[in-house]
Design a protein around this ligand. Sequence first.
Ligand code: FES
Length: 159
Amino acid sequence: MLTRTLNSELYTELENYIDSIENKESALIEVLHEAQHLFGYLPMEVQLFIGEKLNVPASKIFGVVSFYSYFTTEPKGKYVINICTGTACFVRNAEAVVREFEKTLGIKTGETTGNGMYTIECLRCVGACGLAPVVMVNEDVYGKVTADQVSKIIGNYTE
Ligand code: FES
């Protein structure tokens, strides 16, 4: 029996979701996606729970989770700041934008602030190259971002 430390209601929800799937053998990615949506990340105990429910070896789950950059095993901030560093954004100085976010929030890319509010991440092309450099904060999209707009953007997400 696995030890569970996370919210049991979320496990029940995940279990119901898994039970509703007909073809469980091919549903691993779908289930991981739903689990990350529910828990916000995929800690080891959730991965093992999914393995048990789908009858998939833990090694396969760890492999899938580490292969896709979309999946995360660390909790993220309330606001995830994604800066596109694809080619079009890169040549329009996305690096300076990344550095300014890092300096202003006092964290490196891939890290989360101690208060759990912000995570900085870099993305490959998000398909909006005409707006380069592009920054996304959760679902919000900012285009043609310059370093001096960074504090103002962060100021939109303080609560
Ligand atoms: S390279 Fe950034 S949106 Fe395409």
